[in-house]
Design a protein around this ligand. Structure first.
Ligand SMILES: [Zn+2]
Length: 476
């Protein structure tokens, strides 16, 4: 990806504003609510401000290039928190502060995996977050490959004493993430000594995808790592040839032996923080619209798509309101969450700390699905509120972000939304590239297009501004 020149940005702006104008002339107010007319100018200014500059992308590149990845408990996350506080103050946001959260501190340490029989080959791997270590000399054992939990269970005796590879091709994240999160306990119950899991993501360019595992209380804790799809397929082919007794399959021996070494461990919990900044409401400052992303990331790549981009585009909503002197009726609050990836404690701490004011949270939005071309928003709330946000989204037709999907939410806003039944939204974007780089060393800022990112910022800004400013509370 090359950063677009000024002329490309100018063109994007021209197209957007022209399109918005055409829409208005072509349809008048007949296909949209008359009350929205009061917001057309503010929406056009916010969209114009976002698209006139690559500010969001440049800010994200500072975060991801200079500070880098930001796992809970790491010095990088501490630096990122301080940086965000300083930058929010420089933007002129109000009530900028941190709210302490105690977070787990998991350290990956050195790690490696290799095939040692029938011949030496390295395996591209990443330990799973929360995994225990192997002994210092590693675990060396015969490999057992299973294509499903059912195949693993049906061959429990072969799993006993083995290193198990769960090789389930990626379909969707929701369908396949369970092999990463609960595979270690499933294999551990059968006496497996370690788990390798095919990375949860589409086959790409031999990338391992990390992510959290959860050990069941009643199963032995065995070390677990994700391996690249290509390595999983290679091991599958080797195992298939051995079991089929294919000609020459036993060259070098009649079994596959793998060695796994991991130093992964927990250190005592440490203090981290959610970051809060606001544009205080001019009439009803106690009523709050929250926009948010999570500042922590995994400890590989740079946490650009997951979720530095989500942090920056939601923060942009407030920066641009401030810059354009748009102060809505209600307060708009940015929250940058800590510890989404391996604990979710930022979201829980916010719910507990803000419990008494959750009833005055008008809407909460989280952006954690990437900042590619925006389609609109997912929304969960009453039918009446859905009609309103669907009307507001027509202001985003010019940038293609006017769709309101059936459900919206996020891991960090979840606890508060659930507790106080707060209408919730997620930024919906073109998701075709997200899982290619999710939790990998390739999650870097070059995967993100500055114009896409500017459109995401514009979409969040317009939605948050109108919801915060409209006379009636959302849903009333
Ligand atoms: Zn995320």
């Amino acid at each position: 990806m090359i950063v677009p020149t000024r002329s490309v940005l100018a063109l994007a702006l021209f197209v957007t504003l022209t399109f918005a104008t055409t829409q208005r002339t072509a349809y008048g107010s007949s296909n949209s609510a008359p009350w929205l007319d009061a917001y057309r100018e503010a929406a056009a200014r916010l969209i114009g401000e976002a698209l006139s500059d690559t500010f969001a992308w440049r800010r994200l590149s500072v975060l991801t290039d200079t500070i880098g990845h930001r796992l809970s408990g790491s010095p990088q996350l501490d630096r990122a928190i301080q940086w965000a506080v300083d930058e929010m103050k420089r933007d002129g946001l109000e009530n900028v502060h941190t709210e302490p959260v105690i977070v787990p501190k998991w350290i990956r340490g050195a790690e490696s995996a290799e095939i040692v029989e029938p011949a030496h080959h390295s395996i591209v791997m990443l330990g799973l977050g929360g995994s225990v270590a192997t002994p210092p000399e590693g675990i060396e054992a015969e490999l057992m490959v299973a294509r499903s939990f059912e195949e693993l269970d049906a061959n429990a005796s072969r799993a006993n004493g083995a290193i198990v590879l769960l090789n389930v091709p990626f379909t969707t994240y929701n369908e396949t993430v369970r092999f990463r999160s609960s595979g270690a306990s499933r294999a551990g119950r059968h006496g497996a000594r370690a788990l390798l899991v095919r990375s949860i993501g589409p086959a790409g360019l031999r990338l391992p995808h990390t992510g959290a595992l959860q050990y069941a209380a009643d199963a032995p804790k065995i070390p677990a790592a994700a391996i690249a799809a290509e390595d999983a397929d290679r091991l599958q082919r080797m195992a298939d040839r051995l079991s089929a007794e294919a000609p020459g399959a036993k060259a070098g021996g009649s079994r596959i032996v793998v060695r796994l070494k991991m130093e992964a461990h927990f250190e005592p919990d440490v203090e981290s923080a959610n970051i809060v900044g606001e544009i205080r409401g001019r009439e009803r400052p106690d009523e709050v619209v929250v926009v948010s992303g999570h500042l922590d990331s995994w400890d590989v790549g740079a946490g650009a798509t997951d979720d530095g981009g989500g942090c920056i585009v939601t923060w942009e909503a407030l920066r641009m309101m401030k810059k354009l002197n748009l102060r809505p009726r209600r307060t708009v609050r940015i929250v940058l969450w800590t510890n989404e990836e391996n604990g979710g404690r930022g979201g829980l701490a916010y719910r507990d700390r803000h419990r008494s004011e959750l009833g005055r949270h008008v809407m909460m939005l989280e952006s954690d699905g990437g900042v590619f071309q925006p389609n609109g928003f997912g929304f969960t709330g009453s039918d009446r509120a859905r009609r309103t946000v669907t009307e507001i989204a027509t202001l985003l037709r010019g940038i293609g972000a006017d769709d309101i999907g059936p459900a919206g939410g996020g891991a960090d806003i979840g606890p508060s939304v659930l507790e106080a039944k707060i209408p919730s939204m997620s930024l919906d974007v073109d998701g075709s590239k997200y899982f290619l780089i999710h939790h990998t060393p390739a999650d870097t800022v070059d995967k993100i297009d500055p114009v896409d990112m500017a459109k995401c910022a514009a979409a969040v800004a317009v939605m948050a501004y109108v919801v915060a400013d409209m006379p009636q509370r959302l849903g009333e």
